[in-house]
Structure formats: structure tokens, C-alpha cells
Design a protein around this ligand. Structure first.
Ligand code: ZN
Length: 370
């Protein structure tokens, strides 16, 4: 079955400048200058493989717009937005914690959040069935009053608030498969009973002391935040088990009107900033599960927005697999790495992994049936 799948990107996303660093430590007298881990290359190569495979021509081209200040202020504080704007107009700076940016990144971050908005509009109006926003800077670590973990503005929450205001929906689910905890998304929706947030991440990784399983929401939002802090080393089976035993029952009970995926590919086996073992075949399987849920619950409405993923060589294969599944259009580009890795050991579900998934499954089944 083929679908109308949208793809959104923009060259300006690639011009967001994270400066000179060793991985993410800023270069200086004791750190040799080099490329920051969050640079444009992984995203360029993701888009490039779509073009070379021929798939890009079969996707619906969606253009981003800049988010307005009013749209950003639904999620972020006025002081924070003003600070980013002033630094960006000068020479750049740091948005908070390990979030360096150069001149013009305020406008680029507006275009990034606006990309998630534009894709949401295209899905909500039926122009497309589903779609992928390959935006930059990413968003899921950004908190109301500070940038964190390479994220300036919270792209998905900004787009979700827009979906509520412009399209009259209430219940939104955000499933975050980035290897790091979606702390910003969690914080923004922590007391919101109409936003179900699920983050599947490496236990106590980034941010530190964040994303614990007992953090389930507060006030009216109690029970509507699920963290699945998986131990390092998880491959195919624990990821699929997490989706089948946690994400599926949680969303079936919550019945969202729109589903977002915070799509980081840093859970991949080759990622320098994660210690998981996911291959493109597993991202493909997770996409199938999410498509099935979207069909069953909300007319297929599924919006993916790009987050992390730092292996320039491997992210394109993960992205291509997801786009093939979203659109139902196969290509003839094979993931040679997956053919090798999927036959290696370590992909089965081990007891210490099962333990945390079982705890999260209890939370998922405790969500009131809508
Ligand atoms: Zn990440």
C-alpha cells in the first residue's frame, strides 16, 4: 500500500553553525579544533540518499515557514526567546547547556519549529497522509527557559500547540525514539492530560538524572508521561518489545488525534553518542508499528520530526528505511551494514531489559481508556 508521504527540509537548516569542538566540547587551548558532533553532514546525507534512491521524487515536497514569535511563546518564556534573538543578531553564543550556535541561528531555529508546523498543517489538511520534517536544530531537549543538548526551540511541542489552535484537536501523542531522554517535551507537557508523552531512551544518559520510570507526570497530567529507560546495549528485540508492550497499549488507551515521533537515529549501532544496537531494519519495524497505530486511531496522521543521530555513514540508511515504510515505496538501495549487524549476537531480549519494559507496560496499561 502506498501513501502520500511528505518530506520537508531546507538548506538553511544546514547553515546552523555549532562551531568548533571535539564531539561536543568546545575547542580551545586544550581541545584541538574539529567538527562538532551535531553538524549538517548526517542530515545532508539523509536527504541525499533519498534523492539518489529516486524516492525523493515520489514524496510530496512540503516547504517550511518560520514559526512566529507568538507560536514560540506558547512554549518558551519571553526572556529566553529575547536572549536567543539578541545573541543570534550578534555573534551567537550558547542557548543554555551544550547548545552552541552562530549568527542567524534564531531565524534558523524559527524555521525549524516552523518546519514541524508546516508538516503538521499538511497532515491535518489531508494534503499528505504522513511525513518527515528533516529539521535542524533539533528540539526535544529544549526547555521553556533554556536550550539544552543542541536544541534551541521545542519543535514538536510548538507544532502540537499549533495543531490544537489551528485544527481544533486536543489529544496528542509524542513517541520519542531518540536514544536520549526527551526531557523538554516531557517538561512542557508534564501537567497536560491531553498530551501523552513516551520517551524510549538509554537509562540515565543525557540529560543526567533525567527520564526515570517513576516520572509519570503531575497534576492533571499524572500518568500521561511514560519513560522507558533502557539499559545500554539494546538491539532489535528489546526495542520491538518496548513498542509492542508499551507504546501500542498506551496509545490504544489514550486514542490520540495526532501522533508525533521525535525521530533521532542515535540509537543506531554506529552512533558515537549512544550505546544501543539498532539497525535500519529495526527502525523499519518500529515505523510499521506506528503506521498501524496511526491507521487504527487517527486516520493515519503521523508526523515525524528529526532529532539526533550522529553517524554520518549510517543515519542515511535508517532514514531511508523509515521513508520507505512511511510511503510504502521500496527502493533498490540496500543497507549493507544491517545485513552484517543483524546476524551478530546481542539482539535478543535479556532479562535485565525485560524487567524495565515490564514496569513500563504496567504504566501503559494504567492509562484510562478514552
Ligand atoms: Zn539524541
Amino acid at each position: 500500500m502506498t501513501r502520500k508521504t511528505g518530506f520537508l527540509s531546507h538548506e538553511l537548516y544546514m547553515w546552523h553553525d555549532t562551531g568548533s569542538a571535539a564531539i561536543f566540547y568546545p575547542a580551545g587551548l586544550k581541545v584541538q579544533p574539529g567538527e562538532h558532533a551535531e553538524n549538517a553532514e548526517t542530515k545532508r546525507r539523509f536527504r541525499n540518499v533519498l534523492e539518489v534512491s529516486g524516492l525523493l521524487d515520489k514524496l510530496v515536497d512540503i516547504r517550511p515557514r518560520a514559526a512566529t514569535e507568538e507560536e514560540i511563546l506558547r512554549v518558551h518564556t519571553r526572556d529566553y526567546v529575547a536572549r536567543i534573538k539578541a545573541l543570534s543578531a550578534d555573534r551567537g553564543g550558547d542557548a543554555g547547556e551544550t547548545t552552541p550556535f552562530g549568527p542567524g541561528s534564531y531565524e534558523i531555529a524559527l524555521l525549524s519549529a516552523g518546519g514541524a508546523i508546516a508538516l503538521t498543517d499538511a497532515v491535518m489538511t489531508g494534503k499528505i497522509d504522513n511525513g518527515y520534517a528533516l529539521v535542524r536544530p533539533p528540539g526535544h531537549h529544549a526547555e521553556p527557559d533554556r536550550g539544552r543538548g543542541f536544541c534551541i526551540f521545542a519543535n514538536i511541542p510548538v507544532a502540537a500547540h499549533h495543531a490544537r489552535k489551528a485544527h481544533g484537536i486536543r489529544r496528542i501523542a509524542v513517541v520519542d525514539w531518540d536514544v536520549h531522554h526527551g526531557n523538554g517535551t516531557e517538561k512542557i507537557f508534564y501537567e497536560d492530560a491531553e498530551a501523552l508523552t513516551i520517551s524510549i531512551h538509554q537509562d540515565n544518559w543525557y540529560p543526567a538524572d533525567s527520564g526515570h520510570i517513576h516520572q509519570t507526570g503531575d497534576g492533571a497530567g499524572k500518568g500521561y508521561n511514560i519513560n522507558v529507560p533502557l539499559p545500554p546495549g539494546c538491539g532489535r528485540d528489546p526495542y520491538i518489545a518496548t513498542f509492542e508492550r508499551v507504546v501500542v497499549p498506551a496509545l490504544r488507551r489514550f486514542r490520540p488525534e495526532l501522533i508525533y515521533i521525535a525521530s533521532g537515529f542515535d540509537g543506531s549501532i554506529y552512533d558515537p553518542l549512544g550505546r544501543m544496537m539498532v539497525t535500519s531494519n529495526t527502525y523499519r519495524k518500529l515505523t510499521q508499528i506506528m503506521l498501524g497505530l496511526a491507521d487504527e486511531l487517527c486516520g493515519g496522521r503521523l508526523v515525524l520530526s528529526h532529532e539526533g543521530g550522529y553517524s554520518a555513514a549510517y543515519v542515511p540508511f535508517c532514514g531511508l528505511a523509515v521513508m520507505e515504510e512511511l510511503s510504502g515505496i521500496p527502493t533498490d538501495i540496500e543497507d549493507v551494514f544491517a545485513a552484517f549487524i543483524d546476524t551478530c549476537g546481542g539482539h535478543q531480549l535479556y532479562p535485565h531489559q525485560d524487567e524495565i519494559i515490564a514496569k513500563a507496560a504496567v504504566l501503559a496499561n494504567g492509562i484510562p481508556q478514552r
